[in-house]
Ligand binder design. Structure first.
Ligand code: MTE
Ligand code: HPA
Ligand code: MOS
Length: 588
């Protein structure tokens, strides 16, 4: 952040955040001044991913205080290890569950309790826990659900938002249960998942009907285009022929709720100016964090005004142009700011149409540039403020209210090859089918799907949660020790499809939020790894269910293979792998 004091107590804050309004509001608190004295602005961010929804605030505030005292600009940039030691991560969760199901694989009841490691302060932990609770069902209709959650206060850095915002943590528990159920019943996991998958109109545990439900369409298209069943048979053969290399394949669905779960955040504003030369500036509330929202905003404005994209510029996000913005989060920025942009453009378009109606024979023939020029000379207001509000949000007291505007659906199939001697793996191929409605920009949306998948893959495999020593020193505070996926980890064969004919009435131009939903699909790799490990275990005479804690890191994979090398370690206290006794199964 760079904080520059101005005259009469003003403070200008240029910062790398997903949340300019929160930056402004908190700076006002620490400086003891009014919000109207502070302008926070964001040109673009080189990646936020939830980490800059709130955790940028301590940095901008820490720069603002000395800037105010010294009456000089102050710039504060953290080095990577300091940043990683202080600012927390996604919330590690633990889930405990019981699931009741019939012998033919229909879920009857699901009882789940979630514990989130919040760190030393609350930050966004409650909202993250809420989203986790809203996603414990993932893609499955369960007639009876009980879910409870607790945020645990710990002596760790305060944990925070990360792509998916608790949703993945809620969903992974039921996916583990599904995989376990398939093991117990000896049923094909893909069939079992389909048999329990939501269909049109069924209600979730928070009583929202699932509408325009394309889950099963995604699933069936995925199974077909990935040749899942044929490849699974080929993999079985491969595993018979190889002792030290094992392959596995798995398909995982996702259903992700779009809207902020906190109702007041479901609003957005815009401020649009048309200049005398016909060019347009769009101010709106979303920050460009790499997801391409500025491009989408420019497209929406250009289309609504009926002009080429080249005439539209989206300005930096700025609290004195658009006030009281929500964080650039929850994957709904194109939805809500897009509606606000549309609202403002429609007002300007209407004024222009009314102006044309004054002298249609003359004005209707004008080019855009000429029209604007004439409109200006005739004192037509060429600026408009747009606004959008949505009614969504949950009433926790009465357990009522619409939580989400709609869902984004998807499914992924991943095949992996595991080196049984080392515990390393590589992705052989991943297929994804994603329902993003009628895409505003397929190039951006496919990029979001690919990026989210790879990031989710990192969460599910290489990204061990922070490792501290006994004195609280963080070991994993740089790319050398904290292993995020790199270009070499991207599936060698990566096929992303956007579902066709998926229009729906719930968001701007029939599009859907895409930023976070595909993240969870990275767990298809985790479950594929488990399948490969299962085959190694079977070779070693170990059968039945085994627990593997996320992420499936090299050490966990190696230890799970159930051979004579690792057997002594399994009896050590603190070992990663817990062998669970086989569950009792009851007829129906
Ligand atoms: N894509 C890029 N390139 N960089 C990011 O920081 N953040 C993700 C997602 N995609 C992110 C990204 C997260 S966590 C969210 S909530 C959404 O973008 C927010 O933007 P949107 O609402 O415009 O999708
Ligand atoms: N998603 C992301 N950020 C949020 C949310 C949410 O649902 N609620 C509050 N901040
Ligand atoms: Mo995204 S975790 O909602 O910033």
């Amino acid at each position: 952040a760079i904080c520059t004091p101005g005259e009469a107590g003003e403070m200008d804050i240029l910062t790398s955040t997903q949340n300019p309004t929160f930056t402004q509001r908190n700076a006002a608190k620490v400086l003891g001044i009014a919000e109207h004295l502070i302008t926070a602005h964001v040109k673009r961010v080189g990646g936020g991913f939830g980490g800059k929804e709130t955790r940028s605030i301590p940095i901008s505030c820490s720069a603002a205080v000395p800037a105010q005292i010294l009456k000089r600009p102050v710039r504060l940039v953290l080095e990577r290890p300091v940043d990683m030691s202080n600012h927390g991560t996604r919330h590690p969760f633990m889930g405990r569950y019981k699931m009741g199901f019939t012998m033919d694989g229909k879920i009857v009841a699901y009882d789940v309790e979630l514990f989130a490691n919040g760190g030393h302060s609350l930050d966004l932990s409650i909202a993250i826990l809420h989203r986790a609770l809203f996603h414990v069902d993932n893609a499955y209709w369960v007639p009876n659900i009980r879910c409870r959650g607790t945020v645990c206060r710990t002596n760790r850095p305060s944990n925070t938002a990360f792509r998916g915002f608790g949703g993945p943590q809620g969903m992974i528990v039921i996916e583990s249960a599904m995989a376990r159920m398939a093991d117990i019943l000896k049923l094909e996991p893909a069939d079992l998942r389909l048999a329990n998958m939501y269909t049109e109109g069924q209600k979730t545990h928070y009583l929202k009907a699932v509408e325009h439900c394309n889950l099963q369409r995604c699933w069936n298209e995925l199974l077909e285009t990935s040749s899942y069943k044929q490849r699974k048979a080929a993999i079985a053969q491969f595993n018979q022929d190889n002792k030290w290399k094992k392959r596995g394949i798995s398909c995982i669905p996702v259903k992700f709720g779009l809207s902020f779960t906190h109702a007041p955040l479901n609003q957005a504003g815009s401020l649009i100016h048309v200049y005398e030369d016909g060019t347009v500036i769009v101010n709106q509330g979303a920050c460009e964090i790499g997801q391409g929202v500025f491009t989408k905003m420019a497209q929406i404005a250009a289309q609504a005004l009926g002009i080429p994209l080249s005439l539209v510029r989206v300005a930096e996000t700025n609290t004195d142009k658009v006030a009281n913005t929500s964080a650039t989060a929850a994957s709904v920025q194109a939805d809500i700011n897009g509606m606000a942009v549309l609202d403002a453009c429609k007002q300007i378009r209407k004024r222009l149409d009314d102006f044309i109606a004054r002298k249609p024979e003359e004005y209707a023939k004008l080019s855009w540039h000429e029209l604007i020029h004439h409109a200006y000379f005739n004192r037509v207001d060429l600026t408009a403020h747009g606004f959008f509000e949505a009614e969504y949000g949950y009433d926790w007291k009465n357990h009522a209210g619409k939580v989400f505007a709609y869902y984004t659906y998807g499914a992924a199939c991943s095949e992996v090859e595991v080196d049984i001697l080392t515990g390393e793996h590589r992705i052989v191929r991943s297929d994804i089918v994603m329902d993003v409605g009628k895409s505003l920009n397929p190039a951006l949306d496919v990029g979001q799907v690919e990026g989210a998948f790879v990031q989710g893959y990192g969460w599910a495999t290489t990204e061990e949660i922070l490792v501290f020593n006994g004195y609280g020193t963080l070991y994993t505070r740089g790319p050398g020790t904290y292993k995020i996926p790199g270009p070499g980890n991207v599936p060698a064969d990566f096929r992303v499809r956007l579902l066709k004919d998926a229009e729906h009435p719930f968001a701007v131009h029939s599009s859907k939020g895409v930023g976070e939903p595909p993240f969870f699909l990275g767990t298809s790799v985790f479950f594929a790894i488990k399948e490969a490990v299962k085959s190694a275990r079977a070779d070693n005479g170990v059968n039945g269910y085994f627990q593997m804690t996320l992420p499936a890191s090299v050490d966990r994979i190696r230890l799970a293979c159930g051979d004579s090398f690792t057997a002594p370690i399994h009896n050590e206290p603190g070992c990663f792998i817990d062998e669970y006794p086989t569950l009792d199964t009851h007829d129906n």
